[in-house]
Design a protein around this ligand. Structure first.
Ligand code: BMA
Length: 292
């Protein structure tokens, strides 16, 4: 099973006229908003490595209109070196965003929320460092509690919360696998997708050569610490020139998926410089996650 790249790729690229996104636009959170697909994407200028978040929206999922200014930029000491790789989840009418907050001291997971993508409420650090990232909230409570993915090197973990504020019961769910595309480290993509067979997870795996691929797994719907299946082959590996060469070579990295009809639309960063789109038939991807 392989994801299918869209012929218009890459669908979003840096803009020379916008200093804050002149060098890179990549890993993006994804959410449906009205009849639009919204991407909240990571961007860097040529002046330094600090990442900010930009906004782009589209009705067809391929042609995106973006704003000229970032919608979320570093403000607190915890974010001094940048805001990276956000994941978006709609909960009770608010868009919840978990993001990597990078500072000279720490790499931690911050949380903020919004209803309109221009006004954000910051909720502080959700998961403390020293090297915690790749966090994504599940779209609903499980057995009365919120659940979220996060990454403590070099594995994928989940955490639990009654109120989105205080997190605990940290549980490791997936480790690197010897000889596989994810034998060095791994982390969540976007929020998991609820299906009849379980939580469908699209995640990134990194091998010993630092090649970033996308793979899938299936988790138990009532107990996501139980991995029901985890195919050994990736569903997307860097192949296109813009996936092989960029700010960091050999990277495909997703932070979110949208759904349109029978397809999943998987948005991903290519070589940490541009954004690509790959699609998969829903049933085919689920079959592979369950049986591959
Ligand atoms: C990870 C994150 C991602 C990035 C990837 C490849 O550690 O920093 O933002 O896309 O490395 O460089």
């Amino acid at each position: 099973m392989q994801l299918v790249r869209h012929p218009n790729n890459p669908i979003l690229e840096p803009i020379a006229d916008h200093p804050w996104e002149s060098r890179t636009v990549f890993n993006c959170g994804v959410i449906n908003h009205g009849n639009e697909i919204v991407l909240i994407y990571r961007a860097q200028g040529h002046d330094n490595d600090v990442s900010r978040l930009g906004y782009a929206a589209s009705t067809n999922g391929v042609h995106f209109e973006r704003l000229a200014e970032p919608v979320f930029s570093p403000e607190t000491p915890d974010e001094a070196l940048g805001i990276e790789d956000c994941r978006l989840t709609l909960i009770d009418g608010r868009v919840q965003m978990l993001y990597t907050a990078w500072s000279p001291r720490n790499i931690q997971v911050g949380r903020a929320s919004t209803t309109d993508f221009s006004t954000w409420e910051r909720h502080g650090i959700a998961f403390p460092g020293p090297d915690n990232k790749d966090a994504a909230l599940f779209p609903r409570k499980i057995n009365g509690r919120y659940c979220a993915f996060h990454r403590i090197p070099k594995s994928m973990w989940i955490a639990w919360s009654d109120d989105l504020e205080t997190w605990g019961d940290y549980t490791k769910i997936m480790d690197p696998r010897l000889g596989c595309y994810d034998d060095l480290k791994l982390g969540a993509g976007g929020p998991p997708i609820e299906t009849d067979l379980g939580w469908l997870v699209i995640y990134h795996g990194v091998d010993q050569n630092l090649v970033y691929c996308l793979g899938v797994a299936l988790l138990d719907i009532d107990d996501p610490s139980k991995v029901l299946n985890r195919p050994k082959e990736p569903v997307l590996a860097p192949e296109e020139p813009w996936e092989l060469v960029g700010d960091v070579p050999n990277v495909v990295f997703t932070c979110g998926t949208a759904e349109r009809g029978d397809d999943y639309l998987i948005y991903y960063g290519g070589a940490d410089r541009v954004i690509g789109l790959a699609t998969a038939n829903k049933q085919a991807l689920l079959d592979y996650a369950a049986n591959g």
